[in-house]
Design a protein around this ligand. Structure first.
Ligand code: ADP
Ligand code: MG
Length: 367
C-alpha cells in the first residue's frame, strides 16, 4: 500500500555560464560565472512507501527503492546521488516523487546536471525540513556528481546554481571557497552559441591538461598554479608545452581579477576584451579550442555591438559566450548563427541570457 502526501512543493535551480576563468578551478584559482535565467524546476511530494519516483519531460520515468541506492548510468543518477548524500547526512527520507521540467539545453556545457542536482536538493530540503547552508548544499550536490554519477566536476557549477543572482555575476575563489556577486552591466547581455560539434573528449585531453598544470606547479615549487606569476614563469626554463599551459592559468586568474574591477566599474568593454584574450590563450596556450569555436569567436567579435567572446567551459567542443549590447543581443545571436551555418552547415540556436537568480534567491531554501 502506498499513498502520496497531498502537498506538492516546488524548487528551481538555474544553469550557469562560465564568463572567465578557464580551467582555473583545479589550480585553486578564481572564476567568474553567472547563473542563467534558464533552469530546472522540480515539483515533488513525499511518499511513505520507500519508493522514489522521478519523472523528467526530457527523459521519462525512473524508479528506485530506498534505502539502498545504486548508480544505473541513467539520468536518474543525478537526483539519486543527491538523495544518497542526504541519507549519508542523516536525513530521513521515507520516499518521494518528483517531476522535473527544464528550459536548459542538456549536455550543452550550461550545467543542466548541476541544475538537476540543486533542484533535487532544494526540493528535498523543503520536503524534509532539513536545513543546510547554500555552500554545504553546493558541496553535497558536487559530491553526488563526483561520487555517485562519477563525473569529476569542480564546485563552480553547483555553487553558481545556488549563489547566482539576477543582474549579477558570481565570483568564486576555488581555494578559499569564498563566493560573492558583482553587478552585471545593465547594458549587456550574454549570447551563448553552441558549435554543435563535440570532439571526442575521452578524458585524455582533460587529464593531460590537469597533469601539465600540476607538473608546472611542482617545477615552480608552489602548491598550485594559483600562486604563480608571469615573473616566476619567465625565471624558469620550463618545457614549451608546460610553459604554455601554466601561462594560460596565470593569465586566466589575472583576467578574472581584472574583470572583477571592470564589473565594479560598470565597464563591459573591458570585460569583453578580457574574454577575447582568454579565448586567444585557450587557442594558443591551452589548446582546448576547436576550429569551430575559433570560427564562432571570429564571427562574433567582428559584429558591432559585441564586446568580446570566448569558449566557455572545458573546451574541445561545446559553446562560446559573447558579451553583447543588450539592445542588439537578439540580432547579434541570429547573425552569428547565420554566418556559422553558411560556413559550416551546422544549425545552431543562440541563447540570449541575462544573469538570473540562483536557487538560494529563487527558493530561499527556508533559510
Ligand atoms: P551539462 O551539465 O553541460 O548540461 P552534462 O553531461 O554534465 O552536461 O549533464 C547532462 C546530463 O544530465 C544528461 O545527459 C542527463 O543525464 C542529465 N540531465 C540534465 N538535465 C536533465 C533533465 N531536465 N532531465 C533529465 N536528465 C537531465
Ligand atoms: Mg554538467
Amino acid at each position: 500500500m502506498c499513498y502520496t502526501v497531498e502537498m506538492t512543493l516546488r524548487a528551481f535551480a538555474p544553469g550557469r555560464v562560465e564568463i572567465l576563468g578557464n580551467h582555473t578551478d583545479y589550480n585553486e584559482g578564481v572564476v567568474l560565472s553567472a547563473a542563467l535565467d534558464l533552469g530546472t524546476t522540480a515539483h515533488g511530494a513525499m511518499r511513505d512507501d520507500q519508493k522514489i519516483i522521478l519523472r523528467s519531460e526530457k527523459t521519462g520515468e525512473a524508479t528506485a527503492n530506498l534505502p539502498s541506492l545504486q548508480p544505473s548510468g541513467e539520468w536518474s543518477d543525478y537526483p539519486l546521488g543527491v538523495v544518497k548524500m542526504f541519507l549519508e547526512a542523516g536525513v530521513k527520507i521515507p520516499g518521494f516523487e518528483a517531476d522535473f521540467s527544464s528550459t536548459l539545453p542538456v549536455g550543452a556545457g550550461l550545467s543542466s546536471s548541476a541544475a538537476l542536482e540543486v533542484a533535487t536538493g532544494a526540493l528535498l530540503m523543503k520536503l524534509t525540513g532539513f536545513s543546510s547552508t547554500p555552500m554545504d548544499l553546493a558541496k553535497l550536490c558536487r559530491r553526488a556528481e563526483n561520487e555517485f554519477v562519477g563525473v569529476n566536476c569542480g564546485l563552480l557549477d553547483q555553487a553558481t546554481s545556488l549563489f547566482g543572482e539576477a543582474e549579477h555575476a558570481v565570483f568564486l575563489d576555488c581555494r578559499t571557497e569564498a563566493i560573492g556577486t558583482l553587478p552585471f552591466p545593465e547594458s549587456a547581455a550574454l549570447v551563448i552559441v553552441n558549435s554543435e560539434v563535440k570532439h571526442a573528449l575521452t578524458g585524455g585531453e582533460y587529464n593531460e591538461r590537469r597533469d601539465s598544470c600540476f607538473e608546472a606547479a611542482r617545477r615552480l615549487g608552489i602548491p598550485a598554479l594559483r600562486d604563480a606569476t608571469f615573473a616566476d614563469l619567465s625565471r624558469m626554463e620550463l618545457p614549451d608545452l608546460i610553459h604554455r599551459r601554466a601561462a594560460h592559468i596565470i593569465g586566466e586568474n589575472d583576467r578574472v581579477f581584472q574583470a572583477r574591477e571592470a564589473l565594479q566599474a560598470g565597464d563591459p568593454a573591458t570585460l569583453g576584451k578580457l574574454m577575447t584574450s582568454s579565448h586567444a590563450s585557450s587557442r594558443i596556450n591551452f589548446e582546448n579550442s576547436t576550429p569551430e569555436l575559433d570560427l564562432l569567436v571570429k564571427i562574433a567579435t567582428a559584429i558591432p555591438g559585441v564586446w568580446g567572446a570566448r569558449l566557455t567551459g572545458g573546451g574541445f567542443g561545446g559553446a562560446i559566450v559573447a558579451l553583447t549590447e543588450r539592445e542588439y543581443a537578439l540580432q547579434i545571436g541570429a547573425e552569428i548563427s547565420r554566418h556559422y551555418h553558411a560556413r559550416t552547415g551546422h544549425q545552431t540556436i543562440p541563447l540570449i541570457c541575462r544573469p538570473g537568480d540562483g536557487a538560494w534567491h529563487a527558493n530561499t531554501l527556508g533559510i
